[in-house]
Ligand binder design. Structure first.
Ligand code: IMP
Ligand code: MG
Length: 181
């Protein structure tokens, strides 16, 4: 294993399991949206890997866009203040959009983004998250598609970072506590 894995205390979700989850979500979304004008909106940067995997498991016509949002700054907990660093470059009026995100934690980011997109007149806005930490929720947000619930541990890999590192780990991993405590 690479040196990156030296900073990891546990592989929480191996890449094979992540692939199975994407297959199941892709099948469900393909069925649910077969007569709709589907656009996946990936939240950068954390949602990048999940977006690209999910896109390739969808078997109906689909477009995608990205939005770069930040709610973190540096560290391991949300600031609660969401900033749009780069907006979507496409029209979503009358389209059916699914926001694709790596992880829902306090819920601040997705609550803000759902309202942000709803103002542009889409036909519908739903949310698909690979991971859910329900024990940490502060804002109620309906997540329509969930890959997996996880306990309250800080995870990296599969797009998720700690201070911009570890996004390239293929598995969802728990970071050694001494690296951020
Ligand atoms: P929320 O606004 O607290 O729901 O924060 C969600 C955002 O924080 C997501 O976009 C994640 O990228 C990030 N996040 C939350 N928990 C973790 C974690 O354990 N590891 C890495 N990023 C996380
Ligand atoms: Mg994120």
């Amino acid at each position: 294993m690479s040196a990156l894995y030296d900073d990891v205390s546990e592989i929480m979700i191996p890449k094979e399991r992540l692939d199975e989850i994407c297959t199941q979500l892709g099948e469900k979304i393909s069925e649910d949206y077969k007569d709709k004008k589907l656009i996946l909106v990936g939240i950068m940067k954390g949602g990048l890997i999940f977006l690209s995997d999910l896109l390739r498991k969808i078997t109906i016509p689909v477009e995608f866009g990205t939005v770069t949002a930040s709610s973190y700054g540096q560290g391991t907990s949300s600031s609660g203040q969401v900033k749009i660093l780069q907006d979507l470059d496409m029209e979503i009026r009358d389209k059916d959009i699914i926001i694709v995100e790596d992880l829902i934690d306090t819920g601040h980011t997705l609550k803000y983004l759902k309202e942000f997109f709803a103002l542009r007149g889409p036909n519908s806005v739903k949310i698909c998250c690979m991971l859910d930490k329900p024990s940490r929720r502060e804002k109620q947000v309906q997540v329509d598609y969930i890959g997996m619930e996880i306990p309250d541990k800080f995870v990296v890999g599969y797009g998720m970072d700690f201070n911009e590192k570890y996004r390239n780990l293929a598995d969802v991993c728990v970071l050694k506590e001494e690296l951020y405590k």
